[in-house]
Design a protein around this ligand. Sequence first.
Ligand code: FAQ
Length: 320
Amino acid sequence: MTTMAPDTGSYEAVFDAAVAADERIEPRDWMPDAYRASLVRQIAQHAHSEIIGMQPEANWITRAPSLRRKAILMAKVQDEAGHGLYLYSAAETLGTSRDELLDKLHSGRQKYSSIFNYPTLTWADVGAIGWLVDGAAITNQVPLCRCSYGPYARAMVRVCKEESFHQRQGYELLLTLSRGTEAQHAMAQDAVDRWWWPSLMMFGPPDGESAHSAQSMAWKIKRHSNDELRQRFVDICVPQAESLGLTLPDPDLRWNEERGHHDFGPIDWAEFHEVLRGNGPCNDQRITRRRQAHEDGAWVREAAAAYAGKHRDTQGEAGA
Ligand code: FAQ
């Protein structure tokens, strides 16, 4: 995209035209301040979700039931760390710094996904997170591969590939439990019962209450509304639950021939807002652990900065 339209001379008109033509906005292009701020808000929340999201599953690494399961889970949790890094890098292209974003996370000034404030009580929760939470994440993130902001869209391509593996491993884990002993089947069912509704909340408030959707969709940051993606996710999960031999905990769930979609029961939005206010089952634990991990990593950041400084000095001498 060029930064100046010869015919209008207006930066904003060039930006609008690029968005309308489905072109990518790149870091050095002119963009409205509000577009930049909204991207930083969403990408930061997304990055924070990836790194906080490591905690619930990491809780089971030491107790994985086999070497194979342990290796898979470790790889998955490491992938989430990688996703956080791609996303912080994407946010940095908008003129913010990783330090600033982490500071906002640690001081509660930026959010992370509500879903990670629920506890992982049994091994089956690892399967339910893979199937439902990663499944919801993919449903939300595949359209983000077409986001108007280039660095975010490109990060999403790789993230989605990795999330597909995460979803499949969760599904396979649950299938194994579901087809196992009666106790294993019950454990899988209990996990799905606990994770189903919070997974639907991941898509955000209903469209009528979504503060940012209309503008984000006009800018083609978001391509679909929260309710559209939530419906898509429900429609994907129903046949998968049947194949798993598990039920979804919603008595109102049924196929609606007229709409060509599944109807589903009311979501407890009061619970969602409580979790966002910091009153979910694990909010305190998650943020305390995150702050601690950041403090524990101070020496790594110092060493990396010292090494980079030394490297710069050596290069300077060689160039002199
Ligand atoms: N939790 O106006 P909207 C993952 C906030 S990654 C917390 O509808 P928007 C991978 C929202 O920020 C999961 N807050 O907002 C993984 C806003 O607050 P603000 C994360 C939420 O941006 C798997 C306010 O409510 N994915 O799981 C939530 O248009 C397994 C009003 O909402 C992403 O971040 C929520 N669920 O739509 C990792 C994807 N929903 O900023 C480890 C990118 C809404 O005004 C293990 N993000 N809020 O203070 C998005 O697509 C969008 O930002 C939405 C929200 C759809 C999340």
